[in-house]
Design a protein around this ligand. Sequence first.
Ligand code: ZN
Length: 429
Amino acid sequence: MITDRYIPDLLSFLDSSPTASWAVTRLASKLDENGFTRLEEGNSWNIAANVRFYIVRSGSSIIAGVTGTETFGTAGCRIIGAHTDSPGFRIKPEADRKKENINVLGVELYGSPILATWFDRDLSLAGTLAIREGNTVSRRSFMIRKPIFRMASPAIHLEREINKKGFKVNPETNTPLLFSSSGAAFDDVLSLACKSADVEKDSVSGWSMEIWDPQPATLGGIEDDFIFSGRLDNLAMCHTGIEALLASEECANTRLVSLFNSEEAGSRTLNGAGSAFLDTIIERLAGGRDEYFRCLSRSIQISADGAHALHPNYSEKHDPGCHPVLNGGPVIKVNAMEKYTSNDITSAYFRTCADKSGVDIQYFVNRNDIPCGSTIGPVTSARMGIRSVDVGNPLLSMHSVRETAGKSDHEAMIKVMTEHLRGSVSISS
Ligand code: ZN
């Protein structure tokens, strides 16, 4: 039976995770509360069976896991992958652009946000400050909720055709953030960030500043069966992965949840899915090269990312047969050009996990005249040689500043992922 038990925690996680770094901070403290030990990549490890651990790389990617009772080469790993970042905007260096009597700040695109959705929202700022203490630099996170920024749309009287022709946005000239009519400049924004992080401004030698919409996540719809929030893609799947890990019990295989930054920028970063983060963690845990390769051949990954739900007002954009709907259950994503890792056998694997946990599933395939996106699954699966299936919960308005998901799909996905992690279903080689 599907309940609401995970929803309050999900909403709170969404509200307190404006950036990938904050998401990882929140998840790490939840793991701490549940008896997980933080390992450092620079230290030696000697990990026995049934050990709960996690590793953070660059503050914004995290791999959490519990070692199995059998060796890595014998039982392999059951892995869940997702991404911690979301599309949006970042403050440019030298961002001050005074226009008439209004000060605005220049922003840089991150990933592919739906630009128009960011207009006329109460926007704020979160990110990290790089602090210098003596000859050492380190990071400190900050989060501001006060609505200090605005991307203002033109009035309809200035764009008479806006509803007929669509709201077209030039990402350079139309997006600078309005923030002062009294002469304030970027330096004042930096002061606010320093105050929020409780650091001396003189010690700040660098920063990363992301724009976010602090409107709280909420349930919606007349029966509260929708979730309205920013960053559902892909914080919702980060949350399901960690909850499944916490719900899973002792078993032969090792259970891993790998949550990467940089997916929206192509994954080729120090701690993206294109890095060797997951590879090196598994090899070090396995304790030897041969054991590592045997482990990979016995491992199975669920790559979880948002899936497009059927939009009732844009149904012509969807395949005529596959109509995944909000609250219809987790979606297996299929693509003949293999932008997704799902195939006959791994789809059957996920479906069997769903059957065993009493969860209905749906399928997504794109129209041939509308190309689909991709995600982390193909990146890790191809490089490491791990069998994988791409899935996700149905979502409307993917990459909008405010997306819509179905409430019951969340626990449904946690149930299937928990079944996966416990290793009760296998693929015969
Ligand atoms: Zn995504």
